[in-house]
Design a binder for this molecule. Structure first.
Ligand code: BF8
Length: 644
């Protein structure tokens, strides 16, 4: 049994875990212990439940059965299991993207037919520059009236999902050389839905039995997420909800407030939470909160919804993935509203131990016994108000003597989009990537790293993210972050400009101090990993750092990953040419040596990048830095010293 200190390095988390222990409330860490030892066949990826002749399993010791009833071997079984996860991850991100595209078409509709009548959605085009540049990318004449552009653009974006001819439009954002690699391998994504469907088809009993071909189809599907579904979600959210700009806020459970109605937004799709932000400021609701004895309404976020409302409004972050249960266990949350993805089923039972109202809002994600207030974009603001009101009315039920709000809350700066980063770094050459490229070329910066992804109770919570990132910035690697990883590092004080002086190497420190940025840049939620792809493409376009994404001195890492979406992200990074390290668990492929070797070695020959699996943050940093140094060497750039 692990100690609380082994469970998390985060002091606020430790405090609430102690409270949970004292009150005999089980959390993810306890449920993990109850599951141990976890199924060995599952961990090795050699259990097949694809058809009803099974379930079959391959004996990992080579003594028992080596093929399933149909004849599938460990390579086929492990590869099929893996690529099915890619399909799920891609569908989660892409379905999110589709919903945002539908919101745009709703806007088109109300602009054409007027806002009265059935529409009370309160959405608008908030980034007109991005709106027009997107329209241009889709070949729409931007001289046309806004209404017409809106109608045409929303139609074209929605068509990307079901596209039957040609390839995805955003693919053109990638460097020419990368586009050619995809074309030659026949992995250029065509339609977003099509790639998911085709991938699932190939995993049906008796279809694709070639693990390398399954991985190729998997990569095409992952690319349709990174350069399709996720990119659509990111860009359209910026258009409709506004592109983020750097913003200061606070992070950790200490952002919950003692005398306020605490409402937590959790999940992924910001279209509703955006309205919750507005509703929490509604004078009528603030007045109501006061009537119920509170000083006001305090909105806070968990997981990627948190990142979305943080980036656009500076709403404080209560925590990352493993803190969702803990937020409720503080006893100080009146209402938690959730939409889709990464919402633990356990929340319901935990909420019943407290006064917290859990509210589901998506028809795609219902929890038995939980209050459901369905979100409808047509009536978004009214629904958001209804939910906030339910939270306010629950305030008198808080047992103040039993509520424990940790004091920990850390400052952070977020809101660094690909456009903003380079405007800021641009200095004299505003809005160009030149200074960034020059910094890498001159060796003031060693390179770039994307550190992203989840928490996993199998690893000490937040430790892997923060230890890795500290090591990277110490070695002059500028770190770009998204998702729960960004929240982890923010809690440890790495996302403030002052962190440069404390933790960064000399070159990175100079750059950060000159322009007043942290050494670790928060780029948003998990769909916003697409911002990293576009930024990397701009770097190539600027010149001096090679011709392909695989030439850039850069590496990716998901140190505490757990979700299928993380696998998909990993695959679109690797298929785009980015060397990517995953922490702890390999993708349950160890039961197939061929497949594991292919992912960690063979893919390099195919797409110019590969996976690495590693369970030590210091070692992860070493691997990433060694890769960055190798790329510097290939580009004949100045060698750098490694600071251990
Ligand atoms: O999409 S990092 S735990 S919250 S999967 Fe989930 Fe992982 Fe967090 Fe956001 Ni991303």
């Amino acid at each position: 049994m692990s100690t609380i200190e082994q469970k998390s390095i985060d002091v606020a988390t430790q405090e609430i875990l102690r409270k949970a222990e004292a009150e005999n409330i089980k959390t993810a860490w306890d449920r993990l212990e109850a599951q141990e030892p976890q199924c060995g066949f599952g961990q090795l990826g050699v259990c097949c439940t694809v058809c009803a002749m099974g379930p079959c399993r391959i004996d990992p010791f080579g003594e028992g059965a080596q093929v399933g009833v149909c004849g599938a071997n460990a390579d086929t079984i492990a590869a099929r299991n893996l690529v099915r996860k890619i399909a799920v991850g891609a569908s989660a991100h892409s379905d999110h993207g589709r919903d945002v595209a539908h919101t745009l078409s709703l806007l088109a509709d109300s602009h054409t037919h007027g806002k009265s009548g059935s529409h009370s959605h309160n959405y608008e085009i908030l980034d007109i520059v991005k709106f027009k540049s997107l329209a241009q990318e889709f070949g729409i004449d931007t001289q046309k009236p806004k209404e017409q552009i809106l109608t045409e653009l929303s139609k074209k974006l929605l068509e990307e999902f079901g596209k039957q001819e040609g390839t995805l439009t955003f693919i053109k954002r990638a460097p020419k050389k990368r586009q050619k690699i995809w074309k030659d391998l026949n992995i250029t994504p065509r339609g977003i839905d099509r790639e998911i469907v085709e991938l699932l088809h190939t995993t049906h009993m008796g279809v694709d039995n070639d693990y390398k071909n399954l991985i190729a189809t998997g990569m095409r599907c992952a690319l349709s997420d990174g350069w399709g579904g996720s990119m659509t979600a990111t860009d359209l959210q910026d258009v409709i909800l506004g592109s983020p700009v750097p913003v200061r806020s606070k992070v950790n459970l200490g952002v919950l407030k003692e005398n306020y109605v605490n409402i937590v937004v959790h999940g992924h799709e910001p279209v509703l939470s955006e309205m919750a932000v507005k509703a929490a400021e509604d004078p009528e609701l603030v007045k109501l909160a006061k009537k119920f004895g509170a000083e006001g309404i305090n909105l806070a976020g968990i997981c990627c919804t948190a990142n979305e409302v943080l980036m656009r409004h500076g709403i404080p972050v209560a925590g990352n993935f493993l803190q969702q249960e803990l937020a409720i266990i503080t006893g100080a949350v009146e209402l938690m509203m959730v939409d889709v993805q990464c919402i633990m089923p356990a929340l319901h039972e935990i909420a019943t131990c407290f006064h917290t109202k859990l509210v589901t809002t998506s028809s795609k994600a219902r929890f038995p016994g939980v209050v459901h207030i369905e979100f409808d974009t047509n009536n978004a603001y009214e629904i958001a108000k209804q939910i906030i009101r339910a939270g306010i009315e629950n305030y008198p039920n808080r047992k103040k003597e039993k509520a424990t709000i940790p004091v920990e809350k850390m400052d952070l700066v977020a809101g660094f989009t690909k456009e903003i980063i380079f405007q800021i770094l641009g200095g004299r050459h505003r809005a160009t990537y030149k200074p960034l490229n020059e910094a890498i070329i001159s060796g003031r910066l060693r390179g770039l790293a994307g550190v992203v992804g989840c928490n996993n109770p199998k690893q000490t919570h937040d430790y892997y993210h923060t230890a890795l990132v500290k090591e990277l910035i110490k070695n002059d690697v500028l770190v770009l972050q998204t998702g729960c990883s960004a929240i982890a590092c923010a809690k440890q004080g790495l996302l403030i400009p002052e962190a440069a002086k404390k933790y960064a190497g000399k070159g990175l420190q100079e750059i950060c101090e000159a322009v007043g940025i942290p050494p670790v840049l928060h780029l948003g939620s998990c769909v916003d990993n697409s911002r990293i792809l576009t930024a990397a493409s701009y770097i190539i376009e600027e010149g001096g750092l090679g011709e392909d994404l695989s030439d850039i001195p850069a590496a990716g890492c998901a140190p505490e990953w757990m979700s299928e979406k993380a696998i998909t992200i990993g695959f679109y990074f690797v298929a785009s040419g980015v060397y990517t390290v995953f922490g702890s668990n390999p993708f349950a492929t160890l039961g197939s040596k061929n497949l594991t070797d292919y992912l960690t070695k063979g893919l390099e020959e195919v797409v110019g990048a590969r996976f690495e699996f590693c369970d030590d943050p210091m070692q992860m940093a070493k691997l990433m830095i060694a890769h960055i140094d190798k790329k510097r060497q290939d580009l004949k750039l100045k060698p750098m010293v490694y600071h251990a």
